[in-house]
Design a protein around this ligand. Structure first.
Ligand code: SAH
Ligand code: SF4
Length: 358
């Protein structure tokens, strides 16, 4: 019998599967997501026969770590092998070091960049993940376990809240049901207990799915990969723009419930001589004027054979200054982990390349 992956299930699913009463599912969530226990046998407050049944039916860890790289800025990149031998990557980024603020000791801040698919269907012209085409969706367990593994690996305290960005490989809204389920499992208070307010979903702009997600009222943050302000260029960069143009994406965002203290994040990949001039910045300001927004400028990160070039720092700063002067919050994404090819998709490509050489 093929075993099931425990992390695919919410407590209510487990109850329906005959794992009851409710406090048992709570105990299980505690063991797995808070104590990072991988062996049912060791869950010593569960009856022996239940432990045996669970062990026969379920697997806890759905994948195997096969490569890890640490950059000199403390960004860590993990490559996992799934049970069908496909690979997927997760990036752990240290956003802030341990520090003293107002006389108080503050813990380091970490963000996990989570993948949602093996490959991607969207086929963006600048993206390495797109080059390998689409392979398959990740299951809820394979999404949840990326976060669980980071907490376990770093031995983080069970109450340590990480930030999660669904910005790894894949288009999360093309794997709609599984991503929604994963968000709920990660949120569960008896488990990882990471609030949706700390979870950000990034999409290339599948307008109807943005609307649908909005109606779920999950409380998550939304990031939109905009990258261009006119439809012609956006179509070149993101083919999906033919189906859902810029205006349709903006209209969908307007229906998305946004926490009063929060903003929608617009990611703008800056490519040399393509979308980096001030006239683009001007259009961007106009486009965003009806949405509480912040802009994240990203340096295009070249890879062998990539069709575009990285912009220089001065151009980035000028673009940023224009937005700031117009009152739009605008950050430049530091290229974390440049030395370990941390732009999503790049570690996996390297690994596949290595295998091809053998
Ligand atoms: N599919 C979703 C989420 C994953 S892509 C989306 O497109 O939003 C996550 C991010 O990786 C995107 O913001 C994209 O701009 C960025 N990215 C892809 N290729 C890149 C490259 N070559 N250099 C820098 N960022 C890149
Ligand atoms: Fe897919 Fe996002 Fe890459 Fe586009 S940028 S191909 S949507 S992963």
């Amino acid at each position: 019998m093929n075993k099931k992956f425990f992390m695919d299930y919410l407590p209510e699913d487990l109850l329906k599967m005959g794992i009851e009463p409710k406090f048992r599912t709570k105990q299980l969530y505690n063991w797995i997501y808070r104590k990072y226990e991988e062996d049912f046998e060791k869950m010593n407050n569960l009856p022996k026969n239940l432990r045996k049944k669970l062990k026969e039916e379920f697997v806890i860890n759905p994948f195997e770590l096969i490569n890890k790289e640490i950059s000199n800025d403390a960004t860590e990149k993990f490559l996992f092998k799934l049970n069908d031998n496909h690979t997927v990557e997760t990036v752990l980024i240290k956003m802030k070091d341990e520090r003293i603020e107002n006389g108080k000791k503050k813990e380091a801040k970490w963000t996990v960049c989570v993948s949602t698919q093996v490959g991607c269907k969207v086929g963006c012209a600048f993206c390495l993940t797109a080059k390998g085409g689409f392979v398959r969706n990740l299951s809820p367990a394979e999404i949840v376990a990326q976060v669980w593994f980071m907490k376990k690996e770093k031995n983080f305290d069970e109450n340590k809240a990480l930030n999660i960005v669904y910005m790894g490989m894949g288009e999360p809204l093309d794997n709609y049901d599984n991503i929604v389920k994963a968000i709920k499992i990660i949120e569960n208070q008896d488990g990882l207990n990471i609030s949706p307010r700390r979870q950000t979903l990034s999409t290339s702009g599948i307008a109807p799915k943005i609307k649908k997600l909005g109606k779920e009222n999950l409380g998550i943050n939304l990031a939109i990969s905009l990258h261009a302000v006119d439809d012609k260029l956006r179509e070149e960069l993101i083919p999906l723009n033919k189906a859902y143009n810029i205006q349709s994406v903006i209209d969908a965002i307007k229906e998305f419930p946004i926490d009063k203290r929060k903003k929608v994040m617009f990611e703008y990949l800056v490519i040399k001589n393509k979308n980096d001039d001030i006239s683009a910045a001007k259009k961007l300001v106009k486009l965003l004027n009806s949405i509480p927004s912040k802009v994240n400028l990203i340096y295009f990160n070249p890879y062998p054979g990539s069709p575009y070039e990285r912009p220089d720092e001065e151009t980035m700063k000028k673009f940023q200054k224009y937005l700031l002067d117009k009152g739009i919050t605008c950050t430049i994404r530091e290229s974390k982990g440049m030395d370990i090819s941390a732009a999503c998709g790049q570690l996996r490509e390297k690994e596949i390349g290595k295998r091809d050489e053998k």
